[in-house]
Design a protein around this ligand. Structure first.
Ligand code: SF4
Length: 224
């Protein structure tokens, strides 16, 4: 998945660099002006800043709409490369109390009447959805926890709680865009699972979430 994401990332940057490259070609009338622009953009792209990830994402997004299908999801590229960058740069350096575990509302069982968006601790941990186990995890590790119904509320939680890093759970579409929008706050993403379809009774691998938190705090070896 990482190699595929890297390929998509540089594909997006290469397509983007053709635009300034053609201008350079027209101005200089030298074909290597075009090649140099493509090489230069991809070389700077090795730093994988939010700007370059965002550029590649927005170039690939319309193409993903055209070609569709599995294996060509710009969001997956952002999630894989963005999370890797967050864990490499901040792994082992973030105190648990400055990590925000940000969850999507669709993890809550749809019949449940508890108002957990306002306060996750309104959940009585009945065990019928993953929210209770995620609250147990937050208690055990000391991270903050918040639940969002969409991007606007997610951004509000980040602004209000001022985390140094976020572990975000969401579907690929929301997670990819959300990770770019959260900049400059670093985000490590964990994709949810959707056995009943999108936005309904979703679930998540709690062990993966726990490992991701552990890698940020340093309680889990970065190599695992
Ligand atoms: S664990 Fe139970 S009480 Fe908590 S949100 Fe899920 S269904 Fe509701």
């Amino acid at each position: 998945m990482k190699n595929r994401s890297q390929f998509h990332y540089h594909l997006g940057l290469t397509i983007f660099s053709l635009f300034p490259g053609v201008i350079v070609l027209l101005l200089t009338r030298q074909w290597y002006g075009l090649v140099a622009t493509v090489v230069l953009v991809n070389t700077f792209g090795l730093f994988r800043t939010n700007l370059f990830l965002s550029l590649s994402f927005h170039v690939l997004k319309p193409l993903a709409g055209l070609f569709g299908g599995e294996g060509f999801a710009p969001e997956e590229m952002v999630i894989t490369l963005g999370s890797e960058k967050t864990l490499l740069k901040f792994g082992g350096k973030v105190p648990a109390g400055r990590i925000l575990l940000l969850l999507p509302h669709c993890l809550q069982r749809h019949e449940c009447q508890r108002r957990i968006t306002f306060d996750p601790y309104n959940c009585v941990r009945c065990g019928q959805c993953p929210v209770g186990a995620l609250l147990d995890l937050a208690d055990r590790t000391g991270v903050k926890i918040a639940i969002a119904t969409g991007g606007t509320l997610a951004r509000r939680h980040i602004i209000e709680l001022k985390p140094l890093a976020v572990v975000a759970v969401a579907c690929p579409r929301d997670l990819g865009q959300g990770m770019l929008d959260a900049h400059p706050v670093p985000v490590a993403g964990v994709e949810n699972q959707r056995p009943a379809g999108d936005c309904l009774d979703t679930t998540v691998d709690i062990i993966t979430v726990e490992k991701t938190i552990g890698r940020l705090t340093g309680q889990v070896d970065l190599a695992t």
